[in-house]
Design a protein around this ligand. Sequence first.
Ligand code: SF4
Length: 145
Amino acid sequence: MKNRKPVPEFRQEIEAIYAELELRPLPRQCEMRTGCCHFRLAGHTPMLTRGEALHAAQGVRASGRKELKPHPDGACPLLGREGRCTIYKHRPFGCRTHFCAEAGGMYPRKHVADLIQRLEALDERLGGSGSRPLEAAVSDALAAF
Ligand code: SF4
């Protein structure tokens, strides 16, 4: 059996942060249009802290993959061929706070600043180096399992 590197406990805190976000009284409705997943078109790439990346990597592993493959259109490598996020339940904070105008637009920072601080504190505890672009962050996190 392959010897896996130990990963400090992070799942509970990440899931608590995402659950807390769901309770915020800001109407947002992601309809999985995936416009925000096409980074070139959207003009942005989600930035992930270490805890988010490890959580997303767990989603990747749960789907049976061990590594990320670039999307042919330059979209998120986690966007499936059928046009759906392949780790939707594990998607990172940035994908939940919607750059997508149709979903309600980006959350005002003041409404989520405390959650961002928790993500940053967890990043520090996990030995992260701050937010990093999705592909690099998740690829590195996959190596931790
Ligand atoms: S992780 Fe999922 S929701 Fe986020 S950009 Fe990638 S495919 Fe889209």
